[in-house]
Write a protein that binds this ligand. Structure first.
Ligand code: ATP
Ligand code: MG
Length: 538
């Protein structure tokens, strides 16, 4: 099935149930209303002359328009291109041109920067162009710029104008378009997080992400009774697939607390909306748990959710289960290129397994762990994780070379992650191939040292990297964020390690920091840390 077919069916079955709540925009829609709005937008986009397979970018934080775009583009067969709202001029230009976007939808409502001005710099022609006639030297494929809201800007269309009630003819054209679409057509280009370098555009089909959303919801035991709080960004698969598609495939309610992550908005929303689920990367859960007003809120409605994106420290997991009542929280592992999830714990997975593994392989996905020569390693040993199945992307957009590097001829996706599988099939992510430190011939997994250091009561956050060293090839370096009010120095950290972990695992360099370089999804960019250390150490 295509996303459109599935979506229509669910909207019909759950017509009178709440589908979407967007706090801040006063949206509270049933599935029937959601479908009406989605169809209006799909017709509006088709009326612009956009054809199946055309790329349309969206450059915005979370809002109701984003949700509508996700389903309207799927119904109209357009390829939605998720553009990180943190992108600046050069990155936007790169993304739009890389995939030749014909249209761009943007939200000018962000507080932090002037998006319109940025676009104006790229397309000075905008102000003098009639909508649809844009021909900007720097953005040659772009024809339409669509601005969310009612306000007007020269050369741009208003999003709300695309939502006019469509006539019978337009609805028929939409239905006809739907019949021409195939389940394995590309429907979405998502850029990877850029944790290890520049983001890559993964091309995904209806089949890829619809099925993944369904199985993600299954693992959480979602039903139409559930209400999922989604503070993770929609431009990333975490929001779009683990959030929206998991909900829609189960008739559950999508609840949006704020445009961008805000721990207080999460607390308020979970309480006011009686949410049963909550998603987040570990750093988001930490921010919620550490919020000074945490104790004021009633979070007893929570049951499940997903913590994913990076390893979850044991201490954080314990607090999520005990203080946020999320006994049925699941851990998921995945990557943009695999739609994204391939491992997930179940709601009844023992907490000990939730903290030490990323759960079990998803239905209909194969897995193997191999050494650098491609041989399968014995159970329990570390190697690179490879996955294969329905969830592997179609490829990186128009990038044969990188696609072939990532997906081999037998269809295996090379994840770039180091992992082990235990006897019962639980997977442990040990780190990234690129982050492994080799010190004097010893393989060191930074994750192991991070887990150890987290046990220190004064350490709030810690990241370990390798830095070049003449004698040993690489030396370990720890960046530490000290808990508020506590004081800790490098000697204190070393004393804590002494006798507890092997001498070569004790970090040579210890830096105290207030922040880590991060992607907008809250992932720590170790490649940036390595660059900075290299400069600092000369
Ligand atoms: P880029 O590919 O651009 O460097 P990225 O790999 O971070 O960025 P994503 O596709 O968003 O981009 O993230 C996938 C990666 O996140 C995985 O390859 C893995 O390294 C990490 N990851 C995801 N889930 C988990 C998890 N539960 N535990 C540990 N690591 C995880
Ligand atoms: Mg990656």
């Amino acid at each position: 099935q295509t996303i459109g077919q599935f979506f229509d069916d669910i909207c019909h079955r759950h017509a009178q149930r709440e589908a979407l709540v967007v706090r801040g925009q006063s949206v509270r829609w049933t599935y029937a209303e959601l479908r009406r709005q989605v169809d209006s937008l799909a017709c509006g986009l088709m009326a612009l002359g956009l054809e199946a397979g055309d790329r349309i970018g969206i450059w915005s934080q979370n809002n109701v328009e984003w949700v509508l775009m996700q389903f309207a583009t799927a119904k109209a067969g357009l390829i939605l291109v998720n553009i990180n709202p943190a992108y600046r001029r050069a990155e936007l230009e790169y993304a739009l041109n890389k995939v030749a976007c014909k249209a761009l939808v943007l939200s000018p409502s962000f507080k932090s920067s002037d998006y319109l001005a940025m676009l104006g710099d790229l397309a000075p022609e905008l102000a003098s162009a009639a909508p649809g006639q844009l021909a900007a030297a720097r953005l040659p494929a772009l024809r339409w710029v669509i601005r969310m809201g009612r306000e007007t800007s020269p050369g741009m269309l208003n999003f709300d104008d695309l939502l006019n009630a469509p006539g019978q003819e337009a609805l028929e054209a939409l239905a006809q378009r739907g019949e021409t679409l195939q389940f394995d057509d590309p429907i979405n280009i998502q850029f990877t997080s850029g944790t290890t370098g520049s983001p890559k555009g993964a091309t995904l089909s209806h089949h890829n992400i619809l099925n993944n959303g369904f199985f993600v919801g299954e693992a959480m035991r979602l039903t139409a009774e559930d209400r999922l709080c989604i503070p993770v960004p929609l431009y990333h698969c975490f929001g779009m697939v683990l959030g929206n598609l998991a909900c829609v495939t189960h008739g559950a309610t999508m609840v949006y607390p704020s445009e961008a992550f805000d721990p207080l908005a999460v607390l308020e929303t979970v309480e006011a909306e009686r949410c049963t689920g909550l998603h987040g990367v570990p750093t988001m859960f930490i921010a919620v748990l550490d919020h000074p007003r945490f104790d004021e809120f009633d979070l007893s409605s929570l049951r499940t959710g997903i913590m994913a994106g990076s390893p979850c420290p044991i201490e954080v997991m314990k607090r999520v289960v005990e203080r946020m009542h999320m006994e049925e929280v699941t851990i998921a592992y995945g990557m943009t290129e695999t739609s994204p999830v391939s491992f997930q714990s179940h709601t009844d997975t023992p907490v000990s397994k939730k903290v030490s593994t990323v759960g079990l392989i998803h239905p209909h996905v194969e897995v193997k762990i191999v050494d650098p020569e491609g041989r399968i390693v014995p159970r329990g040993q570390t190697g690179e994780l490879l996955t294969r199945g329905y969830s592997v992307m179609l490829g990186y957009w128009e990038d044969e070379a990188r696609t072939r590097e990532a997906i081999d001829v037998a269809g295996w996706m090379h994840t770039g992650d180091l992992a082990t599988l235990d006897e019962s099939g639980y997977c442990n992510i040990v780190g990234r191939v690129k982050d492994m430190v080799i010190r004097g011939g010893e393989n060191i997994y930074p994750r192991e040292i991070e887990e150890f250091l987290y046990r220190h009561p004064d350490i709030q956050d810690v990241q370990v990297i390798g830095v070049p060293d003449e004698r040993f090839g690489e030396e370990l370096c720890a960046w530490i964020r000290v808990r508020e009010g506590a004081s800790l120095d490098a000697d204190g950290v070393r004393a804590f390690c002494q006798g507890q972990i092997a001498h070569y695992k004790i970090p040579r360099y210890i830096e105290f920091v207030s922040d880590f370089p991060m992607t907008i999804t809250g992932k720590i960019q170790k490649f940036v840390m390595r660059q900075q250390m290299k400069e600092r150490l000369g």
